[in-house]
Design a protein around this ligand. Structure first.
Ligand code: IVH
Length: 582
């Protein structure tokens, strides 16, 4: 064997090992930079010796020439679906059927048996795939399709980083079909949509659609650039049995390099299953990926065989679903809200609908580009999504249900709060010393502090902890001060008298004095805090610090020309123009 071949094999083995520790065990063993160095060394060696490239090399996850169509694949063992349970009673009913089917003695009031052991796993929201390994080498990847016939997506699955191209260790069946879910993490989905927006590409409504759209690409080079992951939850065709339990199977597959769920648990009896459901449900928002329920499977493979199937569902498994995060409703109207920097933001007023247990009547629409991208019209039926604690979003319009009297969404010409003119913002770009101006996505009310909405938000920002840190002035009190005409700029706070405050709702003698003392105390902030407190668009805490450090006084900040300001780190061109307007 040549030295190059030796080193190539050594590098592949080492990279495989790091991949396994990173993706399967979640215990990275070396820093990313070191991994990259080894990877590039392997790439260079393979480039110099192309005859040594094999399809299972870690460098081969980049996709290949685009296909014109996927070919069909027949599943030797059909890929089934699962029955659903929504209520505790559905779960107890399932457990009763299992107990009866296995002829076990009934141990509880509901007809179940504490003796049945179930495996518990999250139900990942992605798409089912089958991976076929022959003699430990990945030879085929397929979608579920209708359960009997799927599509050959071999080139695509090879690009998924945590799918082993060959199995580790030894003892695997010569033919081993691994089944699991390809999905996209919440963070991967957000990143993908952000970069799609940037390049003017198609964005996805949810991580599931993003995963499906990415995996079923005829051009696998696109798939290779999408943050897809795999999680194994079972086996299909095998040349010999692996273990006598489902959890035993998964644990063994993990040793061979398969990623399995970190949340895999064994439950004894249905009550422990219900505890698992509640526990995962409580942690649903903090998981890094989306799930739509949990899956319970009878752990004993012999018991699974005894129970068998009914129609296209196993009698030994069930999905206990969580409330859906997406619902259909109607867009009643679009109203416009004015923010601190004057941005006029469209907000969807919806026919109230319950989404995952919470009634949703409003959803953010971000800006008019988003309205255009969605193709949204008032009267439309829309899909609302409430993921975790984030503000509900309109993710899709159901165009087929558009009524005849649907109306276009129009940005108002004047501010709904103060009546000032509403202008489209401009995007200023500079290249080779020249500035070019194009239309931005945001519309702004030009009223600045003369606009009640902007004034209120500006003062709320001014007094906030990270700005002037004036304690004792809540949002409601700021609104009152503005509505009563007591302040019309942040500076007016410093002219407030005891008599002005004591009559406000929620104020009394002690709290009024406390507030006046807090206002007095705030008079000597650092320059950076003060610049930040001014709430200049595009000037966050970091930019404020840089401005204070570089220019030293407010006068010099005010006098600096935009072109000068952009030479400072953290200061973009838009921000520079805003600062100059001070
Ligand atoms: S087991 C015979 N386990 O849910 C059992 N499925 O409705 C077959 N899924 O098509 C599936 N996570 O795409 C199983 N831990 C899990 C799962 C899971 C997600 C999906 C899978 C399947 C669908 C069944």
């Amino acid at each position: 064997m040549t030295a190059a071949k030796n080193r190539i094999l050594e590098l592949r083995a080492e990279l495989d090992q790091h991949n396994y520790r990173y993706h399967v065990l979640d215990e990275p063993s070396i820093p990313d930079a070191e991994y990259d160095r080894l990877f590039h060394e392997l790439k260079a060696l393979e480039a110099a010796n192309p005859e040594l490239i094999t399809s299972d090399s870690p460098t081969q996850r980049v996709g290949s020439v685009a296909l014109t169509a996927f070919t069909q694949v027949r599943h030797e063992v059909p890929m089934l679906s699962l029955g659903n349970a929504f209520e505790e009673s559905d779960m107890r009913e399932f457990d009763r059927r299992v107990t009866e089917g296995l002829d076990l003695p009934v141990g509880d009031l509901f007809g179940g048996s504490a003796a049945v052991e179930y495996s518990c796993e999250p139900k990942l929201d992605g798409l089912a795939v089958s991976l076929l390994y022959q003699d430990g080498v990945l030879v085929r990847g397929a979608t579920r399709g209708d359960g009997t016939t799927g599509e050959d997506i071999s080139v695509n699955v090879r690009t998924v980083r945590n799918i082993p191209l060959k199995l580790h260790g030894e003892g695997w069946p010569a033919t081993l079909e691994v089944r699991g879910e390809v999905f996209m993490s919440k963070a991967g989905f957000e990143r993908l949509n952000a970069s799609q927006l940037e390049i003017g590409g198609k964005t996805f409504a949810n991580p599931r659609n993003a995963a499906a759209g990415s995996l079923r690409q005829l051009d696998s080079k696109i798939t290779a650039n999408r943050p897809l992951e795999f999680c194994c939850y079972g086996i299909g065709q095998v040349s010999h049995d692996i273990s006598d339990t489902h959890i035993g199977n998964l644990k063994q597959l993990q040793k061979w390099g398969m990623p399995i769920s970190h949340e895999l648990k064994l439950a004894k009896g249905i009550d422990e299953c219900l505890d698992y459901y509640r526990d995962i449900g409580a942690r649903r928002n903090s998981l890094t990926y989306e799930i739509d329920g949990v899956v319970f499977k009878v752990n004993s493979i012999a018991d699974q065989r005894e129970l068998g199937f009914r129609a296209r569902e196993p009698r030994w498994a069930i999905a206990h679903k969580f409330p859906a995060m997406e619902e259909l409703t109607e867009l009643l109207d679009v109203e416009f809200q004015v923010g601190r920097t004057g941005a006029v933001t469209p907000v969807a007023r919806l026919k109230p609908v319950k989404v995952a247990g919470v009634t949703v009547a409003n959803a953010t629409l971000h800006n008019m580009d988003e309205v255009a991208r969605l193709g949204l019209m008032i009267g439309d039926t829309v899909i609302i999504r409430r993921a975790g604690d984030v503000i509900p979003q309109v993710v899709q319009v159901v165009t087929e249900r558009r009524p005849e009297n649907a109306r276009a969404v129009q940005i108002p010409e004047s501010c709904p709060v103060c009546g000032s003119h509403v202008e489209r913002t401009q995007l200023i770009k500079r290249s080779k010393g020249k500035e070019t101006v194009s239309e931005g996505a945001v519309y702004r009310c030009v009223g600045r502090l003369a606009c009640g909405a902007q004034l209120k938000q500006a003062i709320i920002h001014f007094v906030s902890r990270r700005a002037m840190d004036i304690e004792g002035l809540g949002d409601k009190s700021v609104e009152q001060l503005v509505d009563e005409g007591l302040v019309s700029s942040p500076a007016d706070l410093y002219a407030l008298k005891f008599d002005d405050i004591v009559d406000l709702e929620g104020f009394a003698e002690v709290s009024s004095n406390k507030l006046l003392a807090a206002i007095e105390d705030s008079k000597k902030p650092g320059l950076a805090r003060f610049i930040y407190a001014l709430g200049i668009p595009d000037v966050g805490e970091e930019t404020a610090k840089v401005l204070a450090r570089s220019l030293g006084s407010l006068e010099r900040v005010q006098q600096a020309l935009p072109t000068v300001l952009t030479y400072l780190p953290e200061c973009g061109l838009d921000g520079a123009h805003e600062i100059h307007l001070l």
